[in-house]
Design a protein around this ligand. Sequence first.
Ligand code: BGC
Length: 763
Amino acid sequence: MKLNSKPTICLALFLFVCVKLNFAQTDKNIELKVSNLVAKMTLEEKVGQMAQITLDVLGDGQPFKLNESKVKEAIQTYKLGSVLNTSDNRAMSTAQWNSIVETLQGKTKTTALKIPLIYGFDAIHGATYVSGATFFPQAIGQAASWNRQMVKDAATITAYESRAASVSWNFSPVLDLGVNPLWPRIWETYGEDPYLVAEMGKQVIDGYQNPLGNKNHVAACLKHFLAYSDPKTGKDRTNSWIPEHYLREYHLPSFRAAIKAGARTVMVNSALINGMPTHINGKILTDLLKKEMGFSGFVVTDWQDIDNVYKRDKIVATQKEALMLAINAGIDMAMIPYEYKDFCRDLIALVKEKKVPMSRINDAVSRILRVKYELNLFDVPVTVSSDYPMFGSKEYEQKAYDATAESVVLLKNKGNILPLNSSAKILVTGPNSNSMRTLNGGWSYSWQGEKTEQFASKYNTILEAMQNRLGNSNVSFSQGVAYKMDGKYYEDSIVDINDAVVKASQADYILLCVGENSYTEKPGDLNDLNLSENQQQLIDAMIKTGKPVLLVLNEGRPRIISKFEPAMAAIIDLFIPGNFGGDVLADMLIGKINPSGKMPITYPKFVNALTNYIHKPSDAQSNPQGVYDYSADFNPQYEFGFGLSYTQFEYSGLSTNATSFDSDDTLEISLTVKNTGNKTGKDVVQLYISDLVASLTPDVKRLRDFEKIELNAGASQTVSFKLPMRELAFVNSNNKLVLEKGEFNIQIGKLQQKIKVKETKIR
Ligand code: BGC
C-alpha cells in the first residue's frame, strides 16, 4: 500500500497514535497488575518466584513421569516460579510436553496467588528438545547466509514450535562475538563482527517475540551478558581480560541493539571478566544493563552459577555469601537448578538479616512478573499441540532447506570443478560423511547432540543424499575414520583407510567429509586447532590417490587445513547445517543450488595466528623492509566476508551524496552490481569503512552495512546504503563515544572512495 494521499496519511497517523496509546495503556495495566501482586506477596512467595529448577528435580523415569509429591513440594510449598530444560536430557513429543506443562501450571492454580510458571529451554536452531521439530542451521551458518529475513523466519518458526510444546521462554539468541576460534561455542554465535551479530540478533528478537503475548511467540533470552566468548585461554567458562572501552566497542553493540528491539530477558556470562565473576558484577548487571541501557526485563543466571562464585572462583567461602553478592549485583532469577531449598532458605535469611534489601527483592520479582504478564501466561499458561498444525510441516521443512542452502560457503573451486555432472562417480568418505549427529551438532535432541541418530533418522546424511541424487551405482562409500560415539567428542579412530584408497581408484571424485563430532560448552574444549591425526592421515591418503578431492568441512569452529589446502580441488564449509545439510550439499554439488554464503568469521591458516578481521594497523604490517618481511602478519586462510559463487559479480560506479560531512549528516552510498556470469546467483554486497587516523589506533576496517541481492545472469542492480555518520564513532580510552574529524575510506569489493568528517558533535 502506498501512503500518498492526505486522508490515507491522516488515517495512518491516527492508527499509529492509537497503537501507541494502546501500548502505553497495556504497559500501564501491566505495571499496575505487577505492583498490586507484589504488594500481596509474602517474602517466601517472592523468593520462590526468583528460583528456577530443572525438570528432572520434579520426576524421573523413561518415559519421564512427574512425581506428585515432588511437584507439590516445589510449587505448593516453595512456590517456585520457573522450570527449565527437558527430562533425562532427551527430546520429548509435543504431547508429552503439553501434559507436563499442564500439570505444573495446574499446580500453580492451587497456590494462594496462582502465579503461573515461566518455562524455559534452549531452542537454539529449532526447538532442540521437541521431537519432530524443524531444525535450521546453527547460528554460525545462519549468519553465513547474511540473509536477515531468513534468520527472522527461522526464529518465528522456532518460537511457534516451542509454543506447540507449551514452552514460552527461549534461552536464545547467543549474541556473544565469535572472536576466539578455540572457544567451543563459536558455532552458537552469529560470527565475529559486532554489526553482523547485532543485525542478526534484531531479526531473531523480532521472530521470537513479535508480538509478545500472542500464543505463537516466546520471550527471548540474550546471552551471555557480557563477553563470555572472549576468554584468554579459549576454554569455556574461563576468565577474559578486557578493558571497558573494548567491551563497549565490540561486545556491547549486539546486546544494546537487541534490548532496543525489546528483548525481555538476559542470561549472564558464566565466566569472569578481569577476574570478577560476571554473576556478582554490579557494574555490568545493574549499572550498565539495567540503568544505562534501561533494560526492564529480568536477568537470569546461567546453570548453577551462583555456586560457581564460591565453589569455582573462590571469591567467598559460602553459598550464602555468594548468593548475597549475586542478588545485590542485579540477579533476578537463579537457575539453581537442583538444590532449591538452600537457595530459598538462604535468601529469606539474607533479607531478614538486612544483607539483601527488600527493595532489591521487590525489583527482581516485579521484573519477573512483568514478563509473565507480557507473555499472557496468567491467561494462557499452557497450549495444546493441536493448535499448532504447522509444527514440523513440509512448509517449515522447506524453509529450513532454503535457509541451509544459503548458509553453506564455497571456499575453493579450482578450475570451476563444481558443479559436477550428475553422472559422476563419487567416493564418499570421512567421519562426517554418514552422520546426522555431526550435521546437527550440540543442542540437538539432547545437550551434546549424541542422541541425534535416534531422532533424525528420516533425514539424509551426506552419503544418503548423494546416493539419492546420483544413484547408488555412482556413489561408493568407505568411512575411513569414525568418531567414538560414546566417548569424548574429539576421539576418533581409523576404520580402514586402505578400503577408501581402493574405492577411490574406481571413482572420478572423492567427497571427503571431515571436521568435528558434536559438542557444546566445557565438554567441547580443545587443545589443538589442527584436525585430528587420524583425519589428517585419511586426507593424505586421499590426496595420494591423485583423484580430485572435494573437501567438505562440517565443524563448529575453523579447524586448520593449511597443510593440505593446496591439494584440494574444492572446499565447502557446511558449518553445522542441521537436518538438511546432506540434501543441500548434494544439490550444491550438482548445481541445483548456487552457493551464496559468506564467512561470518575469519578462517585462520595457522594455529598460532588467530587475528580477526577487526584488527589494528600494527597487527598487519605488510611493509617488508630489507630482509625483514612482516607481510605475513595478518594471514588468514579465508577472510571474513569471503565466499564463492558459481557465477561472478562485478561492482562499478561507487558514488556518495557528498564528500565532506558533519556528525548529524547521513552518508548515502550507491553502486551498480552486475552478474557477469551465466547463472542466476545471490551476492552479499558488503560496506566496509576505515577511520584513517584516530586518537585510539583505529581498526583497519569495519563492516557498516550489507545487502543480499539476487541477480539473473547478465542482470544489473543499483544497491544503496544510508549510514548516519554517528555510526562511525568509536569508544575511546576514556570510554566515551567519539567521532573525530578527518578522513575515512569507503570500501565495497575493490571499489574505494574517501570522505571527510569536517565537524562533529560526538565528543
Ligand atoms: C549454558 C546456557 C544454557 C543453560 C540452560 C548453560 O550451561 O551455558 O547457554 O542456556 O545451560 O540450558
